[in-house]
Design a protein around this ligand. Structure first.
Ligand SMILES: CC(C)(COP(=O)(O)OP(=O)(O)OC[C@H]1O[C@@H](n2cnc3c(N)ncnc32)[C@H](O)[C@@H]1OP(=O)(O)O)[C@@H](O)C(=O)NCCC(=O)NCCS
Length: 430
């Protein structure tokens, strides 16, 4: 109760809800009851002990938040300690997950209390950014999260995955492709992933626990597909790419219509990417290859003879919330020189609201500090979160009414400075 009152006092609202459903971190013995809330809320069907074991690989008890109705846990949330790649660098971020409320206790403000509680905790740990994947996009804007990355899903049918010959290729020789057991390829995958993350915003660094989670493959999650397999592209100097995939044999009137499911594919160079895709897109007995969560600027589409045949579908990926606006804005780099005063509105974390002067040289360290100078751009904290990783253009957000230009030219200046190449991408759900 003490904790929840503090939270209510800090957030300034929700006092009644937080007193009715106090929030605190759980002890290990309470984990099954905590897990049960999400198990019910997400309509999960697999045996709960399988999901619990998986969750515990990465769970941080001191970052959990459970809402209680008397003795019973009726709401859950947690956060992970992440190092997130951001434009030109890395920033500490709290990755929010397990947000659930028991179906019988919904729409009483319990989730709102939990999110405010977790955001306060993230801020008190000195993390300037909160990130999450949303089960539904309508939930998190009200808490100041903006959709900062998107991804593509492909369905590539038999015969439609031919690649163009590359015009310029790396001077290195084409890599060897081999099939490995994921659990034995962790070091190779980690090296490739770290190299990709160094250049592309949106990837949370994975430590051993997160690699164990990445290759965890309970049979009940496979839906009839093979165990997870790992394709490695390597040469004498080491690994250059990998793909985690599974496959499923299927026959329709004697015709082979199997499926390949690409869970994750990462490559450090053009040849390695092309070699991995060529292997996966030309497998025998396969009717369709499905790839989930590909970057919006995936080189694959530019390599396909017929890019339309990827049948790409766009979905929202990582949602970003700036918990400490000036700290977050100074922790990334900018593509162009920028000197703009931004007026920020934030109703959930009022300490963020105010005017800040953002200054940076192209690619150099940035400063962002409170100022009394006139605003050049006004933005909601959601809009700044959406633009933070460099993929969502501020001009679009201005056209959507979330950003306003107060000095002619300032919007374009800020938008061009915040944009980043390559596009942000988070390749896994946490
Ligand atoms: C989503 C969920 C956590 C909401 O919990 P809740 O305690 O009912 O939420 P609150 O009462 O705090 O709702 C706060 C506001 O969000 C809105 N909201 C809640 N769920 C929403 C949804 N799925 N889509 C859009 N808006 C939603 C509420 O209507 C309310 O709006 P208001 O302030 O204008 O009245 C709960 O319904 C749930 O567990 N759903 C299934 C699991 C899930 O999707 N979790 C999210 C994981 S990313």
């Amino acid at each position: 109760v003490k904790l929840s009152r503090q939270t209510a006092a800090r957030s300034g609202t929700n006092d009644k809800v937080n007193q009715a459903y106090p929030i605190r971190a759980i002890e290990p013995a309470e984990f099954p009851a905590f897990y049960e809330v999400g198990y019910q809320a997400f309509n999960s069907g697999w045996p709960p002990e399988v999901g619990r074991e998986l969750e515990l690989l990465t769970f941080e008890f001191d970052r959990s938040a459970a809402a209680f109705d008397g003795e019973q846990i009726v709401g859950s949330a947690c956060a992970y300690t992440f190092q997130l790649s951001v434009p030109g660098g890395v920033a500490a971020a709290g990755g929010i997950s397990a947000v659930s409320v028991l179906p019988t206790r919904r729409r009483r403000g319990i989730m709102s209390g939990l999110i405010r509680h977790v955001l306060t905790d993230i801020g008190s740990r000195g993390e300037a950014i909160a990130i999450l994947w949303a089960s539904e996009p309508g939930i998190y804007g009200r808490f100041g999260f903006g959709c900062a990355s998107e991804h593509l899903r492909y369905t590539i049918r038999r015969g439609e995955g031919a690649l163009l010959p590359a015009v310029f290729t790396d001077k290195k020789a084409a890599p060897e492709i081999s099939i490995g057991e994921p659990g034995r390829q962790l070091a190779a995958m980690a090296a490739v992933y770290a190299s990709v993350a160094a250049a592309r915003p949106g990837l949370p660094a994975r430590d051993d626990r997160w690699w164990q989670a990445a290759v965890a493959d309970p049979e009940v999650y496979r839906e009839g597909a093979s165990p997870l397999r790992c394709l490695i592209a390597a040469d004498g100097d080491g690994p250059r790419g990998y793909a985690l995939y599974s496959s499923r044999g299927k026959w329709d009137d004697g015709v082979p219509v199997g499926e390949v499911r690409v869970h994750e594919l990462q490559a450090t160079d053009q040849q390695a990417g092309a070699a991995l895709w060529t292997d996966l897109l030309t497998r025998d007995l396969i009717g369709e290859t499905h790839a989930w969560a590909r970057p919006v600027d995936d080189p694959l589409r530019e390599m396909l003879v017929d890019r339309r045949r990827a049948r790409a579908q766009l979905a929202d990926g990582l949602w970003v919330r700036l918990v400490d606006v000036p700290a977050a804005l100074s922790q990334r780099r900018y593509a162009r020189e920028v000197d703009v005063v931004i007026e920020v509105t934030d109703t959930v974390i009022p300490a963020n609201a105010g005017r800040y002067r953002l200054q940076a040289r192209a690619g150099g360290a940035a400063t962002c500090a409170p100022t009394t100078a006139a605003a050049a751009v006004t933005a909601t904290v959601q809009a700044l979160g959406a633009g933070y990783l460099g993929g969502m253009r501020l001009g679009t957000l201005a056209a959507a009414g979330q950003v306003a230009e107060e000095r002619p030219g300032a919007l374009l200046e800020l938008s061009a400075a915040m944009s980043w190449d390559p596009a942000p991408w988070c390749p896994f759900v946490f």
